[in-house]
Design a protein around this ligand. Structure first.
Ligand SMILES: [Fe+2]
Ligand SMILES: [Fe+2]
Length: 384
C-alpha cells in the first residue's frame, strides 16, 4: 500500500525543494505539501497519514502547537512526526521531543538524511499498525469466546431448571414464564440491567430443590399430611444447597488442576447461580412473615424472592394443575389482590399490576399448548 506523508512549511520555496528532492519517491509515496498549518490540521483529520514532516517556526500555529494538537487527537496521536528546524536552539528541540516528536532534522535538509528518517518512521508506523490490528483481532476473539462461554453457562443453568421440572407435575413452560414475568416486574421497578437479566435466568430455578423430594410426597395425588408438608417445604433449602458454591467443589477443581489455573474455582463466581440460590431459598417467604422456610418478613426477604413469589403464584393460578383447573385471569388477580400486604410485597404488586399487559403477552406467547421453546416431553419408558 502507498504510504501517505504530509509535509508542512510556511516557506513555499522549501516545500518546492522538498517536492523536487522526493520526486523519485512518488511511485511509493503519496505526498501532500501544505504551507498552512491550519490546513494541515484539517487534512490530518480527513486523511490517514503514515507520517508528518513539519517546520518548527511558522506564523499562526507553529510546529510545536501542531505537534501538540496531533498528539491530543485520538486519530493522529500515533502518527510519527519529524520536526524540521532551522534553529540550533536546544531548548526548542527538547520541547519538540517532550511533546512527542518522533525525530528531528536540521535545515538545510540533506536528501539522504530525510529519506533515512522517513523510511525509519514509516517502518515504525507499519509495525504499530500491525500490532494494533493484531490487538483488535485478539480483543474480538476474546469477546467472542467470552460470549460463547456465557451462553453455554446460561444454557446449562437453564437445563438444570428444566431437569427439576421433569420431576414435578406437568408444568409445561411454567419456569420459562416465571423467568419472563419476573424480568418484566424488575424492569418496572427500575432495577439495573444486569439484575433484570440475571433474574430472567435465575427465577426458573426456584423449584430446583424438588429434585430432592421423594416421589411419594412430590407426586402424591391427594392432600399431603402434616409430615409430608414438612418434607415438601424442604425443597427451598435443598434448592439453595444445590445452587450455592460448595467447598467440596473447590477441592475437585484444585485436584483437577485443569485449564492451567490454580484459582479456577474463584473464577467460577457465578452471579446468576448466586441469585438463583437466594430465590430457591426465599420464594415461599411471605411479606407478613408467615411463609417458609425461615419465616422472614418484609424487606428481610430479598427482593428477588419477593418478585418470584408473585410471578410463581400468578402462573400457578392461571395454569392447569393436576389438582385444579386453570383459573381465569380475573379470578387469579382477585386472589392475588386479597393477599397484597399479607403474602405479597405491596410495591412488587404495584409493579406487577403496572406490567399486567406484558405479563399477559408472555403468558400467551409461552402458553403450555404452544410449548414454543422445548420439544415434546420424551414419553416415559415402559418397563418390558
Ligand atoms: Fe417452590
Ligand atoms: Fe413454581
Amino acid at each position: 500500500m502507498r504510504k501517505k506523508i504530509l509535509f508542512v512549511d510556511d516557506d513555499t520555496a522549501i516545500l518546492r525543494s522538498l517536492q523536487r528532492m522526493l520526486r523519485r519517491e512518488r511511485e511509493a509515496w503519496d505526498m501532500t505539501f501544505l504551507d498552512s498549518p491550519h490546513a494541515a490540521l484539517e487534512q490530518t483529520l480527513l486523511s490517514d497519514f503514515d507520517a508528518v514532516v513539519t517546520d518548527l517556526q511558522m506564523p499562526g500555529i507553529d510546529g510545536l502547537q501542531l505537534l501538540q494538537r496531533l498528539r491530543e487527537t485520538e486519530k493522529t496521536q500515533d502518527v510519527p512526526v519529524i520536526v524540521l528546524t532551522g534553529s540550533s536552539d536546544r531548548h526548542l528541540k527538547r520541547e519538540a521531543l517532550d511533546l512527542g516528536a518522533t525525530d528531528l532534522l536540521n535545515k538545510p535538509i540533506e536528501i539522504e538524511d530525510l529519506l533515512a528518517r522517513l523510511r525509519s518512521v514509516l517502518h515504525l508506523k507499519a509495525c504499530q499498525d500491525e500490532l494494533k490490528c493484531q490487538n483488535e483481532l485478539l480483543e474480538h476473539k476474546v469477546r467472542e469466546r467470552t460470549r460463547q462461554l456465557e451462553a453455554s453457562r446460561l444454557d446449562i443453568i437453564w437445563r438444570l431448571g428444566k431437569a427439576a421440572e421433569f420431576r414435578d407435575e406437568d408444568t409445561g413452560n411454567h419456569i420459562l414464564r416465571v423467568g419472563y414475568y419476573s424480568r418484566a416486574i424488575a424492569e418496572v421497578l427500575g432495577l439495573d440491567h444486569d439484575y433484570v437479566d440475571r433474574l430472567l435466568f435465575a427465577a426458573p430455578l426456584h423449584d430446583i430443590g424438588k429434585l430432592g423430594i421423594p416421589d411419594s410426597v412430590l407426586l402424591k395425588p391427594g392432600k399431603l399430611t402434616e409430615d409430608e408438608w414438612y418434607i415438601m417445604r424442604q425443597h427451598c433449602e435443598l434448592g439453595a444447597a444445590i445452587l450455592q458454591q460448595h467447598s467440596n467443589m473447590e477441592r475437585v477443581f484444585e485436584d483437577w488442576g485443569g485449564l492451567g489455573f490454580s484459582t479456577v474455582y474463584d473464577s467460577l463466581e457465578n452471579p446468576v447461580l448466586e441469585m438463583a440460590a437466594t430465590i430457591a431459598l426465599t420464594h415461599h417467604e411471605k411479606w407478613n412473615g408467615k411463609g417458609y422456610p425461615r419465616g422472614l418478613a418484609r424487606e428481610e426477604i430479598p427482593l428477588e424472592g419477593r418478585i418470584v413469589a408473585i410471578s410463581d403464584v400468578y402462573d400457578a393460578l392461571t395454569s392447569e394443575r393436576p389438582y385444579k383447573p386453570a383459573f381465569s385471569e380475573e379470578k387469579a388477580l382477585a386472589i392475588i389482590r386479597e393477599d397484597v400486604g399479607e403474602h405479597f410485597d405491596p410495591e412488587v404488586y404495584a409493579a406487577f399490576d403496572l406490567c399486567i399487559e406484558s405479563i399477559r403477552t408472555i403468558r400467551n406467547k409461552f402458553s403450555d399448548e404452544q410449548d414454543a421453546v422445548f420439544a415434546e416431553r420424551t414419553p416415559a419408558v415402559v418397563p418390558g
